[in-house]
Design a protein around this ligand. Structure first.
Ligand SMILES: Cc1ncc(COP(=O)(O)O)c(C=O)c1O
Length: 422
């Protein structure tokens, strides 16, 4: 793992690169270049993080060689519900992994640890309670939702009748609008959770609205799951019928997904994952998810998540002090959006310029976006990865000033271009 200065206290990646080089120098070179890019850059992408070598090792283990379609805990005719022999140990592993995740979130919900990704978790979660054409009420992409929450270019927007609730003038979820639309549309599913939303989500209020509308209530907590596990964001357990998450963002685990559901929905959820959406589970990734869960129960994990939030608040505050428009005026979690609508340059321009200066972030739509999703008027900034590397509030305040310098360079460049065009 890299420290704040880019020193790596392990030779894990070099070991892997040398192993790859024996077969493919080209692949080894590219992995090494990416390793150096990650080591030398300031990483501010809100959905990324660095997982431990223990997680990496589990994901690179012999479990990658094992097929185990089915479930360890479904007993059919005296056998476990797998379609292959030789599953004794992966059965134990998968059951152990499920138990761990219930402990992490202190819940008796059923959990399925097989989804290969967050998108596949959402695909299966919808399928478990919806038919094509059913109505979903969610948060759209421009206001912070995810592609799989009903975007027209995604399966979710094509298979279901998706409607969106709005954010208010500050960029906060407008609960009055959620209520109004729920009463009017009587959706089969109300969905919340986001990829770019910086405020606490009121799960209790959502669940009350869903109950009154007779809708299932689903939470996609992919971004905030680590904060929820550490008690840094209110938990959706007890409120939502179905909860999905990725394991690679604030949870700091391997790339993958999880679905939790109320026990009475477990058969629907399991059959929606396998055999409907997926084939064989990735048992090596399930091992990584189990290691990640063990890490998430350590006291250091709580300290880390608290620091992620303090760091994010400090970074947003520094931008605000310099006169920037932070959407919603601040942040309660690990992420926020800088709104650059009043600038002559786009979110993409700033993303590219930051890349050139060794800072990695991403362009992002902002509420009331006027530019295309390929250009955007904002950037999304997150503190989870650099907090893993030991950054504290003052480090992030310095990062704000470095980005401000880059913004000033872009301002000057655009002014020079405009003068030249006259
Ligand atoms: C809220 C949310 N849900 C789901 C996903 C999808 O996860 P994946 O990229 O693993 O498919 C993301 C990814 O960024 C996300 O932000």
């Amino acid at each position: 793992m890299f420290d704040r200065n880019g020193n790596d206290n392990s030779n894990y990646n070099q070991m892997i690169v040398e192993e790859i080089r024996k077969v493919s120098p080209k692949v080894a070179d590219l992995v090494e270049k990416e390793y150096l890019r990650q080591k030398n850059n300031v990483e501010l992408i809100a959905s990324e993080n660095y997982c431990s070598e223990a997680v990496m090792a589990a994901c690179g283990s012999c479990l990658s060689w094992k097929y185990a379609e089915g479930y360890p805990y479904v007993r059919t005719s005296g056998n476990k519900g797998r379609y292959y022999g030789g599953t004794e140990f992966v059965d134990q592993l998968e059951e152990y992994c499920c138990d761990l995740w219930r402990k992490v979130f202190n819940t008796d919900y059923h959990v399925n640890v097989q989804p290969h990704s967050g998108s596949q978790a959402n695909f299966a979660a919808y399928k478990s309670v919806l038919e094509p054409g059913d109505t979903i009420l969610g948060l759209n992409l421009d206001n912070g939702g995810h592609l799989t929450h009903g975007s027209a270019v995604n399966f979710s927007g094509k298979l279901y009748d998706v409607h969106f609730y709005d954010v208010d003038a500050d960029g906060r979820i407008d609960m009055e609008d959620v209520k109004r639309k729920a009463e009017e549309l009587k959706p089969k599913l109300i969905l919340t959770g986001a990829s770019a939303y910086s405020r606490i989500i009121d799960f209790a209020a959502f669940s009350e609205i869903a109950r009154e509308a007779g809708a299932y209530f689903m939470v996609d907590m992919a971004h905030i799951a680590g904060l929820v596990a550490a008690g840094e964001h209110p938990s959706p357990f007890g409120y939502a019928d179905i909860i999905t998450t990725t394991t690679h963002k604030t949870l700091r685990g391997p790339r993958g997904g999880l679905i939790f559901c109320r026990p009475e929905l477990h058969k629907k959820v399991d059959s929606a994952v396998f055999p409907y959406a997926q084939g064989g589970p990735l048992e090596h990734i399930i091992a990584g998810k189990a290691v990640c869960a063990e890490e998430a129960m350590k006291p250091e994990f709580k300290t880390y998540q608290h620091q992620v939030r303090l760091n994010c608040a400090a970074l947003a505050d520094e931008f605000t002090k310099m006169g920037y428009h932070v959407v919603t005026g601040g942040t309660d979690n690990h992420v926020f959006l800088l709104d650059l609508s009043d600038k002559e340059f786009t979110g993409k321009d700033l993303q590219v310029a930051c890349d050139e200066h060794g800072i990695t972030l991403n362009k992002n739509c902002v509420p009331n976006e006027k530019r295309s999703p390929m250009q955007t008027s904002g950037v999304r900034i997150g503190t989870a990865p650099m907090t893993t590397r030991g950054y504290l509030e003052d480090d992030f305040r310095k990062v704000a000033h470095r980005i401000d310098e880059i913004v000033k360079e872009l301002d000057a460049k655009k002014a020079a271009e405009a003068a030249e065009a006259k």
